[in-house]
Design a protein around this ligand. Structure first.
Ligand SMILES: N#[N+]C[C@@H]1[C@@H](O)[C@H](O)[C@@H](O)[C@@H]2O[C@H]12
Length: 444
């Protein structure tokens, strides 16, 4: 296997609410996820992020674990409400100091910090003011981002504004499975627009003071028509526009996919030229989160996109019900290059939830996760060989963690976490990934 490009970054990814615990420690304010998780009936097994992986207190041990595995980069998110407990205004220096210590610990161990500003945990105080439905949210976000740019830029050289805006709106405003738990078709496009306005405002703020790189992280799920029927082809177009183009088109092309008018109907209002211009800010990279594909058919009853995913006979499906389809990563990366140009890309998440075996004698055998990683890294190498400028790969995830409203039922980690003791145990996949890093991909 030919090596990956020189300078290619091998790392792992997590997010604040999923691993940190101690959500209200040292002056932090509650986030919408703290509020959602403490609302009875919304979380599987009534789990919360109150402890999670206790990373807030154990971060030095976790950085040592990354060092042992040879990680070159670590993608993590900052909890907005640790920095600004009320969402705006008063800065909680203890919160800034925690992330400053984490960044210094990473750099002291030769691991590059890769910071996500927003991984879904808006301060509850701002949700009380309308959250992403309030047009002021763009300015709120830029204020928060600027506090971090001033405190950390230089020690942090790669910033991402948002993580998966599609999940924030589809889960948080349309279907209600995620915080803040709304189910409102009319709110959804409003939240989408303000999220992207916030992205643009933060990028503009970064250009005033920042000296390094800033980008956007999106989840892409390539859609393949179940048949060549006009209905299935149209459904595939709607699904592609709704999930894969809805955020990238404004950010990269300064326009919205026309199919969104069909998807949202009377809930849709065209973006103003000013909003389109404000969102389309030059960025330094795109982060792509890839997990699976969707073979798509027309389903008139499936509100509001009117599509359904067709299960594939003979395919392997994960604990989250996702088809394992490495070719979809190749197709996604080639599509990004063709549609949006040769912008540098990072695979900012890729991984799999499996029904892991128990830990035995300090080991956990997870051959299926090894095979998942191997197949997707081979696919990634194929895309790079085809000319796609991919500069890094972050496995999701370092640790078994809180899978949002699914609680701890879905284990994505290459490191097992014992829920009672918090003991970390390397899975075989961690040792495998460590060998891949050490060989710069040649061991694939
Ligand atoms: N589900 N799932 C796993 C993973 C989730 O844990 C991350 O927080 C998200 O960024 C993205 O959805 C992917």
């Amino acid at each position: 296997m030919a090596a990956f490009p020189s300078g290619f970054l091998w790392g792992c990814a997590t997010s604040a609410y999923q691993i940190e615990g101690s959500p209200l420690a040292d002056g932090a304010g509650p986030s919408i996820w703290h509020r959602f998780a403490h609302t009875p009936g919304l979380m599987r097994d009534a789990e919360t992020g109150d402890i999670a992986c206790d990373h807030y207190r154990r971060f030095k041990d976790d950085v040592a674990l990354m060092k042992r595995l040879g990680m070159q980069a670590y993608r993590f998110s900052v909890s907005w409400s640790r920095i600004l407990p009320d969402g705006t205004g008063r800065v909680n220096q203890a919160g800034v100091d925690f992330y400053s210590r984490l960044v210094d610990e990473l750099r002291a161990n030769g691991i590059e910090p890769f910071v996500t500003l927003y991984h879904w945990d808006m301060p509850a105080a701002l949700d009380d003011k309308g959250g992403w439905l309030n047009r002021d949210s763009a300015e709120w976000f830029a204020e928060y981002a600027s506090v971090l740019f001033r405190a950390l830029d230089g020690r942090v050289t790669k910033w991402a504004t948002l993580n998966e805006p599609w999940v924030v709106t589809d889960g948080g405003y349309l279907f209600g499975a995620l915080a803040p738990g709304h189910r409102n078709l009319f709110e959804t496009p409003i939240a989408s627009r303000n999220l992207m306005r916030a992205h643009g405002a933060a990028v503009r703020a970064y250009r005033e003071t920042g000296r390094h790189e800033i980008g956007l992280v999106v989840n892409i799920e390539p859609k393949y028509p179940a048949s060549e029927s006009p209905e299935d082809l149209a459904a595939t177009r709607r699904a592609t526009a709704y999930m894969n183009e809805q955020y990238l088109d404004p950010a990269m092309l300064g326009r919205c996919p026309p199919e969104l008018r069909d998807v949202f109907g009377e809930a849709w209002t065209d973006w103003s030229d000013d909003d389109l211009a404000a969102v389309r800010q030059p960025i330094d990279f795109l982060g792509i989160n890839y997990y699976t594909r969707a073979v798509t058919r027309d389903d008139p009853a499936a509100w509001p996109v009117r599509t359904a995913t067709v299960r594939q006979d003979g395919a392997f499906y994960t604990e989250t019900g996702w088809e394992v389809y490495p070719q979809g990563l190749v197709d996604t990366l080639v599509w990004i290059k063709q549609r949006y140009g040769d912008i540098p890309l990072y695979i900012t998440e890729n991984g799999v939830a499996l029904a892991d075996a128990p830990v035995e004698n300090g080991r956990l055998h997870d051959p299926q996760r090894i095979e998942y990683l191997r197949q997707h890294l081979l696919a990634l190498h194929q895309a790079i060989a085809a000319g796609v400028d991919v500069r890094g790969y972050m496995v999701w995830s370092l640790l078994d963690n809180l899978e949002w409203s699914l609680g701890f039922s879905k284990r994505f980690g290459i490191v097992h976490v014992d829920r009672q003791t918090q003991e970390r145990t390397l899975k075989d996949s961690a040792e495998y990934y460590s060998r891949i890093i050490a060989s710069h991909g040649r061991a694939l």
